[in-house]
Design a binder for this molecule. Structure first.
Ligand code: MG
Length: 251
């Protein structure tokens, strides 16, 4: 019976994490360890400068007070599971997509990255939608991916970034293996005047904006497919090594 560890960056109370937990539960033992608050955009942050607290919400369901998704995977593995290695780490289902360069900010994708660093096959799941997200339907699509990964496995040092269109499981057109797309940046800084005169700033995306090149993560979800992008821990740009050879200095 597989052991599956789940986290997210939206917080333990989110609809997406419960839908994923409920849908995966028939497959094996599913343990949830998630932040106590919404930490979307926290990336791969690990907490070194303060202690963390664990709270049991229900059986096999924990919140980490002040913990990031990466912290949650650590505490889940080392404390809750007492070092028993999960067969799979899942992060999500995130409320909103994680496409293109946005994955570098994503706590959801970083939860899966942390699982991979600990040597565990890992998958990040995100919903391609902002409103009226059909989490229970999306969770069924996620389960299909999970079942295939548990059956066949994924290469070492690889983790998967999965985005699911906001469609019923039957309406989804299939699963596409994709490459990371490109963001068409539309972030804005909003300014506010505080009651005592100070100017405050709020960074927010105005709307979705990605280049719709065929074969990318964005193209797949836009066209009704589940997007599966294989990611790796090694960020080295091997293609650039020859061009940047000039930087070397033998002294
Ligand atoms: Mg989020």
């Amino acid at each position: 019976m597989p052991l599956i560890l789940i986290t997210n960056d939206d917080g333990y109370f989110s609809e997406g994490i419960r839908a994923l937990r409920d849908t995966l539960k028939p497959l094996g033992r599913v343990v949830v360890v998630a932040p106590d608050r919404n930490l979307s955009g926290v990336g791969h942050s690990l907490t070194f400068t303060m202690p963390l607290r664990l709270r049991k919400v229900e059986e096999d369901f924990y919140a980490v007070i002040g913990g990031t998704p990466a912290d949650c995977i650590h505490l889940g593995y080392h404390v809750i599971l007492e070092g028993e290695k999960p067969d799979l780490v899942c992060a999500g289902i995130n409320e909103g997509p994680n496409l293109g360069e946005d994955i570098t900010y994503s706590g959801t994708v970083s939860g899966a990255m942390e699982g991979r660093i600990l040597g565990i096959p890992s998958i990040a799941f995100s919903a391609f939608g902002r409103e009226e997200i059909m989490f229970s339907e999306i969770a069924k699509s996620c389960r299909k991916v999970v079942e295939r990964v548990l059956d066949v496995g994924i290469p070492e040092d690889t983790y998967l970034n999965v985005n699911v269109p906001n469609l019923s499981c039957d309406e989804v057109r299939g699963i596409k293996l994709t490459r990371q797309g490109k963001r068409d940046y539309k972030e804005k800084v909003f300014r506010y005047r505080a009651p005592y005169g100070e100017t405050l700033y709020w960074i927010a995306a105005e709307e979705f904006g990605w280049c719709p090149d065929e074969g990318t993560d964005y193209w797949a979800v836009l066209n009704g497919y589940i997007s599966v992008t294989p990611l790796q821990l090694d960020l080295t740009n091997y293609g650039a090594m020859k061009e940047i050879k000039f930087i070397e200095d033998e002294g």
